[in-house]
Ligand binder design. Sequence first.
Ligand SMILES: Nc1ncnc2c1ncn2[C@@H]1O[C@H](COP(=O)(O)OP(=O)(O)OP(=O)(O)O)[C@@H](O)[C@H]1O
Ligand SMILES: [Mg+2]
Length: 374
Amino acid sequence: MADDPDGGMLSWDESVFRDEHVFEIDYVPEVFRHRESQMETLKYALRPAVRGSRPLNVMVRGPPGTGKTTAIQKVFGELDAQPGVRGVRVNCQVDSTRYSVFSRIFEELFEYEPPSSGISFKKLFGQIADTLVENEEVLVVALDDVNYLFYEREASDTLYSLLRAHEAHPGTKIGVIVVSSDLDLDVIDDLDGRVQSVFRPEEAYFPVYGLSEIVHILQDRIDAGFREEAVTADVTDRVAELTVETGDLRVGIDLLRRAGLNAEMRASRLVERQDVDDAFDDAKHVHLTRNLRALSENERTLVEVIAEHGDDRAGEVYDGFHERTDLGYTRYTEMVNKLDKLGIIEAEYERLEGRGRSRTLRLAHDEDAVLDHI
Ligand SMILES: Nc1ncnc2c1ncn2[C@@H]1O[C@H](COP(=O)(O)OP(=O)(O)OP(=O)(O)O)[C@@H](O)[C@H]1O
Ligand SMILES: [Mg+2]
């Protein structure tokens, strides 16, 4: 390069990135492609809210990294501009009981946390309802990653309270969007009959993106995040190829950031294919990392005990777990089920000679990957 005295090398104050922030997990992209029909469904369901009526409920489903959370953020972003409607997204990975879901709603509406000394659920709910009625506001609650409420057996109670709010508190208008990435979970079927009878949601399904869609989306991100010409089409294609293998767009975005950092480590202005391949081992685990981070202390201990025990039967794992946490068998079984549903472990029944059935527990991923990210 004639005008490049450093021959393609970065100097100290240079970067391959234009804006590294666009690769962070909470970044909401400017352009949201390939989700037109899903966005239509959401807007159709929420339109009554803008007119001051109770909106339709929606069930959003699809595998990880397919744009479900982003769709909610986009729609709520648009709702924000409308008077008389409040959209609150609750991350049920973090708030996984009815009480904490309502605390979060309270916090969003009042802009301060409910008293930590603890007020009864009834009171909490009453204050939320009163303020909605007083301000003539319609509330839309998105229960994001609602599958976590099911794992904690809190889903029916939470939905019941939200969906029948107008009975306990006349005048309240609340709509619910449930978002699940657990495709084995039958959201409706797993709810109590009393909730099923009032929950007939519109449905929006988010399929995994195809190769060309991934290339489009990643190209937008590259244009926003990298210096011009830092990433060639060949490199983009490689990232897209690896992303398709996992089906999770988050992997592609993380891969871009890590590949960029690898290029910087070499002080290169150009991201090479090798930078991408070197980053894949870490990037492919973004989903696992996210799931592990959301676990409680005791759940993490259980993962560690399972890792230590290799392919041992559930009973032996329980002994090890009980020794370290002092928790009983019921809690243990619930946790095993949750980790199984999250795809962190595999729990399989095996026939044992003369002893009926027993469960074998093993990690669903490479042990090092799990222990490194826990
Ligand atoms: N159509 C799109 N255009 C641009 N970026 C997208 C698109 N779809 C998803 N993304 C990006 O991919 C990442 C994952 O998307 P998102 O968090 O919305 O997935 P999700 O379906 O909610 O996944 P999970 O079920 O694991 O929560 C985010 O960084 C998001 O910005
Ligand atoms: Mg999400």
